[in-house]
Design a binder for this molecule. Sequence first.
Ligand code: GRF
Length: 200
Amino acid sequence: MVIDNKKRLAVFCSGTGSNFRALFYAIIERGLQAEIVLCLSNRSQCGAIEFAKEQKMETIHLSEKQFDSSGNYAGAMLKALQDHRIDFVLLCGYLRKVPDAVVAAYPERIVNIHPALLPQFGGEGMYGINVHRAVIDSGETVSGATVHMVNEEYDKGRIVMRRKVPVLKSDTPEILAARVLECEHTLYPDALEKLLDEHP
Ligand code: GRF
């Protein structure tokens, strides 16, 4: 009898989903005991949703606007995770706050990647190009990316793994963003592998 011990993963995305793709292929190439079974997005169409559909993966469009109360919105998100028997949620460029009720129901089970070295350059408003602009403006010579657990506060959960990249004198926020994103594509799979080792 073959026992399938694979962790069931959901990705939450709002955009391109390049980290989602990197995770998807790394799971296959590294033979990780995990499978992405659900792609949830607050947008009905985006690169991530397209990729999930190409892979014949289940997709869900879930936006606060579809609900008359934040409680019902959180309830629908919880139900989606429970219906799909999700073990871990991986946020991949998800530009919405995960409702507190969902975070409370999945303690140490929701993971995010942030394009800077937390605890610096995190918090509300610190997303996308804003982060890289702030790093360059501060004169830092090193930036990087951080994979961390999600708790009720923006970018404040336990750090799982960080990786550094240099900030060059000639960098624009866009050039730095591209260097950090490339680093994210190996950091996120490495961090996932670590989490899977911690939860055999
Ligand atoms: C990444 O820079 C990540 O750190 C941040 O959002 C961006 C997502 O990019 N949370 P992508 O959608 O995975 O390409």
